[in-house]
Design a protein around this ligand. Sequence first.
Ligand code: ADP
Ligand code: GN1
Ligand code: MG
Length: 363
Amino acid sequence: MLPDESHFSKILAQFQIEGTLTSLKINREGHINTTVFSTFSDHGVVTKYTHQKINTFVFKDPEALMENVSLVTSHIRSKLAGRYEDIGRRCLEVIKTRSGANGYIDEDGSYWRTYRFIDGVKTFKTIENERQAYLLGEAVGNFQLQLSDFDGHLLSETIPHFHDMRMRYAQLDQAVQTNYQGRLSLVGPELEFLYANRARGFVLTDALSGGDVPLRVTHNDTKINNVLFSEDGNEALCIIDLDTVMPGSILFDTGDMIRTATTSAEEDATDLSTVRCNMGLHRSLLAGYFSKATFLTPTERSLVVESGRTITQIMAVRFLTDFLNGDRYYHIEREHQNLDRTRTQITLMRDMDDKWEILQQGV
Ligand code: ADP
Ligand code: GN1
Ligand code: MG
């Protein structure tokens, strides 16, 4: 919920922003935070900002989260310095409060942060073509490359075990046992599929805990709408939504990119016949990714296709858990939306399985 305008003006006044507020617009895409775009005019100079209320049900320590964001954006900026003139379009910029903090806690106890709005860019809810898939793969590989020499120990684990499939299945088991809303009877086939796939889903988690793949710095939310493209569509400029940057396996990012950029169906599509893993998109995505991700170990590389399946699976598990728990975690706009989300993920996994041999050829 957006606070009323006078309350909101008070929040904005805390940040290092000059001029007069001329417009406000709420963004309804994200599942977690509340995002508002503003425009300010200062003696004829127009500047836009993104303000976000951090969901503290999900992120228990917003200060630590913002410290992560601040460290990571500074590191990326140092990599871009001297190489590009438009660094402001290639990396998020935190606008501090007037007292120099990374965010502001309002009178309701909500935590707000501000970024400079990156203008002249486009985002996409779903992938449109192979060229875009190549650019997206390149951007994710490049992001990982930029952070490959960043000391992960400096980052806080803002959501512990975020991509730990064993923990996610334990949460699903708990939700099944509690059956809080009596919805268990609605999810028989979905639960059967996810239980049948439980053991295979542990591959990445176990590879990481067993030391078979290295602990690196990962974004953990590299879905397509977290990438800003240039308006002409010729470049994927910036990866945003850095809230979940944490130490982990880079395969979490590779997998989320595969999950969201190989199908042109929306995550909550109800016509499941549209949910297909497109082999051309998969091939282009991986070609772009491998052009930058030159640092992968052989084991990481061998798990790339599997990572797409695993991250799709973890999302199915998480959506189903939330559906059974009464939709407490993900924003919903309609009843059963989390079940619809579960179904698209399962459909995508099944289609990947049908094409498994061909998908492996892209590696
Ligand atoms: P959420 O966690 O809710 O997904 P995001 O940080 O991804 O929030 O922001 C939601 C959307 O707002 C993005 O998909 C993007 O379209 C837009 N957006 C966010 N920050 C910026 C920014 N600094 N510049 C331009 N657009 C932005
Ligand atoms: C959430 O914030 P948003 O909407 O980009 C979620 C991700 C999921 C994604 C699925 C902190 O991301 O893990 O992959 O939804 N973020 C968190 O669309 O749980
Ligand atoms: Mg986002």
